[in-house]
Design a protein around this ligand. Structure first.
Ligand code: FAD
Length: 149
């Protein structure tokens, strides 16, 4: 895929298939803080959903930082079949409060899936960027509410 080298804030959304060799949930949680440190250093914010064998991740920040981060992620053997759903200019950050947050869908997220017309075992690959971003925003809002409680 060719990415335009335009300056300014960018948002990249991709989906990938979790590799068999991927870390378990607990192991992943243990390394995400290291990724957050890297993202913070490069002014990258983002959100990662780990759901039923799929990763859905959004990265936002300066275009060059987003692309450098994505290039490293792309080479990671813990997932495969990466598909960039969108890469676009962004007027602002949707996940400004997350250097990196890795979340799973929970039982009380069922209403979110229903509102988006998604079954619990949805395949993210054919979905539009807007649907996936709405899903990640809803999960982020649930996490924000939990942290504020
Ligand atoms: P090194 O740590 O030097 O590792 C070298 C190679 O080994 C890399 O290809 C690396 O991917 C791989 N590797 C490292 N640890 C393991 C392991 N435990 N098991 C298997 N392979 C391993 N990084 C970020 O900085 N920001 C992010 O937002 C981010 N999101 C990610 C989302 C997903 C779904 C995955 C799978 C990884 C993500 N990473 C993220 C991690 C990223 O892919 C790199 O592993 C990390 O940034 C370190 O890069 P490095 O070049 O310093 O690799």
């Amino acid at each position: 895929m060719v990415f335009a080298g335009m300056p300014g804030l960018r948002r990249l959304l991709y989906v990938s298939r979790r590799a068999l060799a991927a870390a378990t949930d607990g192991q992943l949680a243990g390394v995400v803080h290291g990724w957050a440190h890297h993202n913070r250093h490069h002014a990258v914010t983002g959100f990662l959903l780990d759901h039923r064998g799929w990763f859905i991740q959004v990265l936002e920040g300066p275009g060059q930082s987003v692309m450098e981060t994505y290039r490293r992620i792309e080479a990671d053997p813990r997932h495969s079949d990466l598909l960039v759903v969108s890469y676009e200019r962004a007027a602002g950050r949707l996940f400004a409060d997350w250097d990196m947050c890795c979340q799973h869908l929970q039982d009380d997220d069922a209403a979110v899936l229903t509102s988006l017309g998604l079954p619990h075992d949805f395949d993210p690959r054919p979905l539009r960027a807007g649907t996936l971003i709405s899903l990640l925003e809803a999960i982020a809002n649930r996490q924000r509410a939990a942290l504020a409680a």
